[in-house]
Design a protein around this ligand. Sequence first.
Ligand code: FES
Length: 107
Amino acid sequence: MPRPELQILVCVNDRGPEATRPCCAAAAGLEVYRRLKELIRERGLKERVLVTRTGCLRHCSRGVTVAAWPANHWYGGVLPEDAEALLAAEEAGGELERRRMPPGPWE
Ligand code: FES
């Protein structure tokens, strides 16, 4: 695989059912990841776009947390149904405004 032009990180951190802190797994992190991977496959973007599942990206109460590089765009509250619009916005060099990470401290 050549060096990707775009990398999308999706937090899938799972603190388990007993956790008192929120986590992206409980907010459909894996579903967001899988939908993005599906879109990459369907659109033949495997050579250009790398989607990676990660541990905690430090915005747990605003998950699902997604970050896109090299633009350094951060998203919160991402749902599986946002994946298509998010990918399209990033591919076009923009941001998905409705899911932009709100200002707030890193957790
Ligand atoms: S658990 Fe996803 S940002 Fe912390």
